[in-house]
Design a binder for this molecule. Structure first.
Ligand SMILES: Nc1ncnc2c1ncn2[C@@H]1O[C@H](COP(=O)(O)OP(=O)(O)OP(=O)(O)O)[C@@H](O)[C@H]1O
Length: 298
């Protein structure tokens, strides 16, 4: 269990993380989403004792990270796959980690196997690893101490499709055995497939939080047509607020209502459905529209 309570980090006047409160629960994968610079990494760094909060608390298994005895035995952390010493081999990095945690060297071979790094690859220096291999090594490092909690910042970054599928089943298995997983990702489809719960932040503040299915179900209707501008006007003329997506419109009324208005105005629809079927991306763009650098209007 991870409990984040009113967690805040200010850099001068700028609140990178602003009173963030949420739980990541055992047995569940919690997806942590937000646009670039929203505060995800800062939040995760505070949870793991790497950045001191300005105020608020983050506890893991009921204690702050610093108060956990031998924290690597309880929490597996992957915040930056590049952060290891580039001149060490993968095997050396894992062996050092195992020794630090008081684990036998045999654990290293177990983990190499789990993350699919070969013995030959384990002998290469980190500087010669591809990004995907670094991520696999980082995940192996996080799993070394057989933790109950995983905190992973962009773990799928750089993984190929087979690697992403592998990671998905690894994290699902971890959660199904009662573990707590908090992972951030820009790969929204990935989060949609794997997460049970979502925490969405924009400009340091939580904009949505809860079970993924509930959030997606509440996300309204998405529609595409051959003339979105005319459809948007027709909807607005009927008192319906319209949010622009990428080539689509989102509204908080039923698909039937949208369909009837389109029919009335003889507008051809090319797509119509509840936003849950078009997915997390639309919900994400709507929720973070005010924070996105590019603006969500397209
Ligand atoms: N050490 C620092 N000093 C000043 N500002 C910082 C520092 N670290 C982070 N920030 C700022 O805090 C905000 C949040 O950054 P953070 O890295 O947590 O975002 P993020 O959601 O992880 O972004 P991304 O998805 O791009 O990785 C940004 O505006 C960033 O510039």
């Amino acid at each position: 269990m991870i409990t984040v309570n009113q967690l805040t980090k200010r850099y001068g006047q700028h609140a990178a993380v602003d009173a963030v409160t949420f739980d990541a629960k055992p047995g569940r994968v919690t997806g942590f989403l937000g646009p670039n610079g929203a505060g995800k990494s800062t939040c995760m760094r505070m949870m793991c004792g790497l950045t001191p909060p300005t105020s608020g608390t983050a506890t893991i298994l009921g204690r702050s990270y610093a108060d956990l005895p031998n924290p690597g035995r309880h929490v597996g952390v992957l915040l930056d796959a590049q952060a290891q010493h580039a001149g060490r081999t993968g095997r050396e990095i894992l062996t050092l980690g195992a020794l630090t945690l008081g684990l036998p060297r045999t654990r290293v071979d177990e983990l190499l196997e789990v993350v699919g790094l070969t013995q030959v690859e384990a002998k290469r220096r980190l500087r010669d690893y591809s990004l995907g291999m670094r991520q696999r090594l980082g995940i192996a490092h996080a799993l070394l101490g057989d933790p109950q909690v995983l905190v992973l910042d962009e773990p799928a970054n750089g993984l190929d499709p087979a690697g992403i599928r592998w990671m998905r089943s690894l994290l699902r298995g971890f959660a199904d055995q009662g573990g707590t997983v908090l992972l951030s990702s820009h790969l929204l489809h990935e989060i949609q497939v794997i997460a049970d719960d979502l925490v969405v932040i924009g400009r340091g503040r939580i904009v949505a939080e809860g079970a993924k299915d509930d959030l997606l179900a509440a996300a309204g209707t998405t529609v595409r047509s051959t003339d979105n501008a005319r459809l948007a006007k027709a909807l607005q003329d009927n008192g319906i607020d319209v949010t622009q997506g990428f080539g689509s419109l989102s509204v908080q009324v039923t698909p039937e209502r949208v369909g009837r208005i389109a029919l009335e105005h003889q507008i051809v629809l090319t797509e119509l459905g509840s936003t849950s079927s078009t997915g997390l991306e639309e919900m994400f763009l709507q929720l973070t529209a005010a924070d996105a650098r590019e603006g969500a209007a397209a």
